[in-house]
Design a protein. Structure first.
Length: 194
């Protein structure tokens, strides 16, 4: 019997332990739910205080104020109908769409400068092509020998370059003629500049 009593006591202790664990877990849950209720209660209280708090005053900005354009002149008086029907004088700008002499001349000089710049770009391209053709390697020996003797390809490119140089010189002469014409008409020499 000696051996049965310790086993029996151990069995009771084990059973008591299993019965006590769920009770202990339930007690911890109730403590946590109690603290959870306090947290929920604090949140409700904060929400009520926020609802009962006075609302902040509205701050008006320029975006809130609509700007109304009116016929009232703050600086001076409105023109009288007699002033509005008066004939335009020399200081009045030309009608919409019409160019002033300065605008007309600046436009002409701008177009001429654009033509010169385009011709100079084309000349640069032709010169690069000529340089490349001078170093050209032909895989066909017959073509290589023909080009060596006649230099036809290089001569054509040189002729195109000379023609382009002449065109640029003509465009620059036209620009000089335009400047002379501007001076004769009494325009400002600054109109010919960018």
């Amino acid at each position: 019997m000696h051996g049965k009593i310790p086993k029996l006591a151990a069995g009771f202790a084990l059973a008591a332990l299993f019965l006590a664990l769920p009770a202990r877990a339930q007690q911890q849950d109730s403590q946590q739910s109690g603290s959870g209720d306090a947290l929920a209660e604090a949140a409700r209280k904060a929400k009520e205080e926020k609802q009962n708090a006075p609302k902040p005053k509205k701050v008006y900005t320029d975006d809130d104020i609509s700007t109304k354009k009116s016929d009232i002149s703050v600086v001076g008086t409105a023109p009288t109908p007699a002033d509005a029907t008066a004939a335009p004088d020399a200081t009045t700008p030309p009608a919409k769409g019409a160019l002033t002499p300065e605008q007309k001349w600046r436009k002409q000089f701008g177009e001429q400068r654009a033509k010169i710049a385009q011709a100079e770009k084309e000349l640069d391209l032709l010169q690069r092509e000529e340089n490349k053709a001078g170093l050209q390697y032909y895989s066909d020996p017959t073509k290589a020998m023909k080009e060596q003797l006649t230099r036809e390809d290089l001569n054509q490119k040189a002729a195109k370059i000379e023609a382009k140089k002449k065109q640029i010189a003509d465009l620059k002469q036209q620009m000089d003629d335009m400047e002379d014409q501007l001076r004769k008409e009494g325009g400002d020499a600054g109109w010919a500049r960018e």
